[in-house]
Design a protein around this ligand. Structure first.
Ligand code: AMP
Ligand code: MG
Length: 318
């Protein structure tokens, strides 16, 4: 495995060609780092699942460069999905659509739908476009962590998480820390109105304002979304929500909350955006420091705050 910290045109070319040869390439997006593989190459996808330790029936998101790719990977696309794509792509939003023949069972976990996203990150977009130039059609990229663990928001976190599982021709592209910090909003677009399957930076209100439709509640039992499993996003340390931190505990809390004596402050965000951006780095740092307990005081409010509480609830469940 090689970590490339300067992404030139040459780097992007060799990363795209590594993907086309069936290797894995971790790359930055605005949400978290993805672990990419050629979405048309079954052997590469099998390698991706093995590297993540992920069950094979969990579907993958296919990353494309623009709205144009939608028609290739999906069919029967409703008008409201096109509206969402126009309004929020490139961006932290995944659309689940009826799949075309291109989206084979090894991508969709055997379901009749495919998850698509156009990420808003210059390195990700350059990589996808160069991958197209080399004959590729889409890059499957789940978060670049072991199954159930905390998503990485820096290239160094990807390296710590996966270096022992990646092979010599696999690459990690370093694009600095991710700007959003929590995974994309996932919206099921197979019904008469959008249904939010996973909360994220694109909020239900934004979806409603864009489409003029009321966003429905999800029914996680009906569709497999690994981000909807009860236990997910967990560090080794035990995460406890909304209690008073004791000596030796780690603490993640808004900046106006003081740090009690003997408590290790892991993050003190002053805005909700900063909270999202810092959360996974802070959870990882608890493990690096060998802490047994991390106390997290959850943010209040709608939108991104609700997405943060959703991840925290899962990271505290075991
Ligand atoms: P991750 O792969 O960890 O970044 O998370 C991506 C999420 O997208 C997972 O929870 C997947 O289960 C979900 N996903 C991808 N494709 C689909 C699909 N066709 N239907 C429902 N969820 C999907
Ligand atoms: Mg994940």
């Amino acid at each position: 495995m090689t970590l490339l910290s300067i992404c030139t045109t040459e780097t992007i070319k060799s990363a795209a060609s590594a993907l086309r040869s069936g290797n894995l390439v971790a790359f930055p997006t605005e949400t978290v780092y993805g672990l990419g593989a050629d979405a048309s190459n079954q052997t590469a996808i099998a390698k991706l699942y093995a590297t993540k330790g992920r069950p094979a029936d969990h579907p993958l998101i296919v990353h494309i460069a623009s709205l144009d790719g939608m028609g290739q990977w999906a069919r029967d696309i409703p008008d409201y999905a096109i509206t969402l794509a126009r309004d929020f792509w490139p961006g932290p939003m995944t659309l689940v659509l009826r799949r075309s023949k291109l989206a084979q069972d090894f991508i969709t976990g055997g379901q009749d739908t495919v998850g698509l996203r156009v990420p808003a990150h210059p390195i990700a977009l350059a990589l996808i476009n160069e991958f197209y130039n080399q004959g590729g059609l889409g890059i499957a990229a789940p978060s670049a962590n072991r199954f159930g663990a905390v998503s990485p928001t820096t290239a160094q976190a990807v390296e710590e998480e996966l270096s022992q599982y990646l092979l010599s021709d696999d690459l990690i592209l370093d694009g600095g820390p991710c700007l959003v910090g929590v995974e994309s909003t996932i919206i099921d677009c197979t019904g008469p109105a959008p249904m939010i399957l996973r909360l994220g930076a694109i909020t239900p209100l934004m979806v409603e304002e864009s489409t003029g439709l009321v966003a429905l509640e999800s029914n996680p039992a009906a569709i497999r979304v690994s981000g909807s499993l009860d236990s997910h996003y967990s560090p080794k340390a035990k995460v406890i929500l909304d209690v008073v931190a004791e000596t030796g505990d780690g603490l993640i809390a808004p900046d106006q909350i003081p740090t009690p004596n003997g408590v290790v402050r892991l993050a003190a965000p002053s805005t909700i955006e900063e909270y999202a951006r810092d959360l996974y780095r802070a959870l990882r740092s608890a493990d690096q420091k060998g802490l047994e307990v991390v106390v997290v005081l959850q943010p209040g409010g709608d939108g991104l705050a609700a997405a943060i509480r959703d991840r925290l609830r899962r990271s505290a469940t075991r």
